[in-house]
Design a protein around this ligand. Structure first.
Ligand code: RIB
Ligand code: CA
Length: 309
């Protein structure tokens, strides 16, 4: 049976591909897309989520707007990486066919989770999920697992020791990790194994559909900013790694370890302190992704884009 899934995201180029993977793969049943401020304002991220689903011709998945700012900090957007729209590259005009839900992300999450258990994949700051845990614990008790693209077992990408999704809202990440709900972290250490190489771009081009062409243009834009900002030859496709973990756990190998979110450090807020070697003596509270089966991962991505026609 397909795993019921809710995708909480901040599209975002890699979020866009995460949405497409979640919509297309038969191993998961995408119940909703909820949005959060992160890569861009929540207005822009919500519009982008609607646009991605519309381009894929999927009108049955509701899109609901979530938090417009972190729990306790100023919002820091990533327009240097994702551009002024949050999804720069191809130009779109007009209103996407997929409407915004009348429910807020919080209310839609409560509505779904009060009817069915579901896995949440989160590919942005964890603000919406923390708010759900704090405001609606009964609904949150129906979350089967949270799989997060965020954090890192090593260095960061927005601060020396903090990955962007953790850095934007460390207080929210702490609430979520400390909740006791099964938690999997797919951090930079594993998503940097998912590089959009020329070979991947060529595979996308060979699909030949309008959607594949748009994906190629998104990836080309993403490659240009990753080259400029980080000096990467090929950009890492972070967010779909978390979706792939739910689709087939064998694609993303994890180990159990203790995870602490640093919120108080003068220079390290947002650091994800992963005790892979047992130094702290604290018991494991998270699954930590460490290795990606690259071939299987890219087959899933290419297969998803091709299947959407
Ligand atoms: O650090 C990578 C993460 O930050 C990805 O989720 C990307 O979309 C941005 O949100
Ligand atoms: Ca994201």
């Amino acid at each position: 049976m397909a795993t019921p899934l809710i995708l909480d995201c901040d599209p975002g180029h890699d979020d866009a591909l995460a949405i497409l993977l979640a919509v297309a793969d038969p191993a998961v049943d995408l119940l909703a897309v909820t949005t959060v401020a992160g890569n861009q304002t929540v207005d822009k991220c919500t519009l982008n989520a609607r646009r991605v689903l519309s381009l894929a011709g999927v009108t049955s998945v509701p899109v609901a707007r979530g938090a417009d700012r972190p729990l306790a900090r100023e919002l820091r957007i990533a327009d240097d990486v994702h551009g002024g729209t949050g999804l720069d590259g191809p130009t779109f005009t007009g209103t996407p066919a997929v409407p915004e839900s009348e429910l807020s992300a919080h209310d839609l999450l409560v509505d779904i989770l009060s009817r069915t258990p579901a896995t949440i994949v989160a590919t942005g700051a964890l603000t919406n999920i923390a708010q759900l845990l704090m405001e609606s614990p009964e609904a949150a008790a129906n979350i089967t697992e949270i799989v997060w693209m965020g954090g890192s077992t090593g260095r960061g990408n927005i601060a020396p020791l903090a990955e962007a999704n953790a850095y934007v809202d460390p207080e929210a990440a702490e609430v979520v990790v400390d909740s006791g709900i099964p938690f999997t972290m797919c951090g930079l250490n594993v998503t940097h194994q998912a590089l959009v190489t020329d070979d991947v771009l060529a595979r996308l081009e060979r699909i030949g559909t309008p959607l594949a062409r748009v994906c190629g243009e998104w990836m080309t834009y993403f490659a240009s900013t990753y080259r400029k900002v980080f000096g990467f030859e090929s950009p890492p496709l972070h967010d779909p790694v978390a979706v792939a973990r739910v689709i087939d756990p064998a694609i993303v190998h994890c180990v159990e370890a203790n995870l602490i979110i640093e919120t108080a450090g003068d220079w390290t807020a947002g650091a994800t302190v992963v005790d892979l070697d047992g130094y702290t003596g604290r018991r494991p509270n998270a699954r930590i992704a460490v290795e990606l089966d690259r071939e299987a991962f890219w087959d899933k991505i290419i297969g998803a884009v091709a299947a959407l026609g």
